[in-house]
Design a protein around this ligand. Structure first.
Ligand SMILES: NC(=O)c1ccc[n+]([C@@H]2O[C@H](COP(=O)([O-])OP(=O)(O)OC[C@H]3O[C@@H](n4cnc5c(N)ncnc54)[C@H](O)[C@@H]3O)[C@@H](O)[C@H]2O)c1
Length: 328
């Protein structure tokens, strides 16, 4: 199988590449401009960084080729996607705040970058095109969120992810491309040191001995999904028959408060001989949703997928991965 993974050096992408290399020995091409993720994240998978397009379009078998290109580079998208069986499109501006600060930048990456890979897929006709969406398109919809909720994005990031979902649906119906959109909830796990998500920030603060900052009371709830479970969903989205054009809401299906996360991390820190730093509450972020979690009935039925890693285990592995001696 020949896989193209955009954003393959990022948090989710590197976990997927590692899984594919270790378990399936696939031929893998990564496209990543190495802005947020780094090629070291692929360790111990052998890989080579390419900064120019080679003259011959040959797929490597004994290493992962990392094409250090922007996803909006249409020529690179066409080159890389040639003869691909599966395209997993993960690369994106992933931040809400950067999208508010610079919506054109967000649109360039998340809308035009997605279109570049859909166009490349239209030419190369892979078996499946998997798109990483998010909970952001549904905005402040009351919990639980699901595929039937009317999307009302609160940020340019939510709007650009919704546009990506829209184009995936359109390319399925207009050109017969087998696209699948996955709306990930809050992902956590090893490989997230560069992320600014709440669990990554808490783990980092514990390791650095710095004050843990909580916005508001900490009673707000989120749906946290372990990264390997997200990889499992991507694998099922890639191989399940008859789901072209579909959209799935993913999560562990239950709300967890920020205070509960803190409490579980405190227990883990104690077990690992780490002392807890002080906690400081600041004013709540404006426009922040109080409670949210995903209803995952559709993905369970269609993909026969459900999360396998419980929060305690996931947090233990995550905190361990932040230790200085842990692999990159
Ligand atoms: N991590 C989460 O909690 C979460 C939640 C919902 C949705 N998602 C979505 O899942 C996908 C993967 O997220 P992640 O957490 O792995 O993010 P990440 O930032 O760790 O990885 C994204 C990768 O894409 C690369 N990239 C970014 N813009 C690029 C561009 N214009 N051209 C080429 N490469 C570019 C970055 O260098 C990085 O390695 C994203 O689409 C994100 O929106 C993530």
């Amino acid at each position: 199988m020949r896989w193209v993974i955009t954003g393959g050096c990022g948090f989710v992408g590197a976990a997927l590449v590692n899984h594919l290399w270790q378990q399936h020995r696939s031929s893998i091409r990564v496209v990543d401009r190495l802005s947020a993720g780094k090629a070291d994240a692929l360790h111990p998978v052998p890989h080579k960084i390419l900064k120019t397009l080679p003259t011959a379009n040959t797929w490597s078998e004994n290493q992962v080729d990392v094409f250090a290109f922007d996803i909006s580079d249409a020529a690179a998208a066409q080159f890389v996607s040639q003869e691909a069986d599966i395209i997993v499109h993960l690369a994106a501006n992933t931040g809400v705040q950067p999208s508010i600060a610079d919506p054109m930048m967000d649109c360039q990456s998340n809308v035009l970058g997605t279109l570049a890979y859909l166009e490349a897929a239209r030419a190369s006709n892979p078996k499946r095109f998997v798109f990483a969406s998010s909970g952001a398109p549904v905005g402040a919809a009351p919990a639980p969120v699901h595929e039937g909720v009317i999307p009302r994005p609160l940020s340019p990031y939510g709007a650009s992810k919704l546009a990506g979902e829209g184009y995936c649906s359109a390319y399925h119906h207009s050109y017969g491309l087998d696209t699948v959109s996955l709306r990930f909830s809050n992902l956590y796990g090893p490989g997230s040191k560069h992320k600014t998500s709440v669990i990554a920030k808490f783990c980092d603060a514990i390791l650095q001995g710095e004050t843990i900052a909580i916005n508001g009371t900490g009673t707000q709830t989120r749906d946290f999904l372990y990264v390997d479970d997200a990889v499992g969903a991507i694998m099922r989205a890639a191989f399940t028959n008859g789901i072209g054009g579909e959209l799935y809401q993913l999560g562990n299906g239950r709300p967890t408060s920020i205070l509960e996360i803190l409490h579980l991390l405190e227990q883990q820190a104690k077990r690992q001989g780490l002392s807890m730093p002080p906690v400081r509450h600041s004013s709540p972020l404006s426009g922040e949703v109080q409670d949210t979690y995903a209803l995952t009935r559709k993905v369970q039925q269609h993909l026969n997928w459900k999360p396998e890693v419980d929060l305690e285990t996931g947090l233990e592995r995550t905190l361990q991965s932040f230790l200085p001696q842990a692999a990159p």
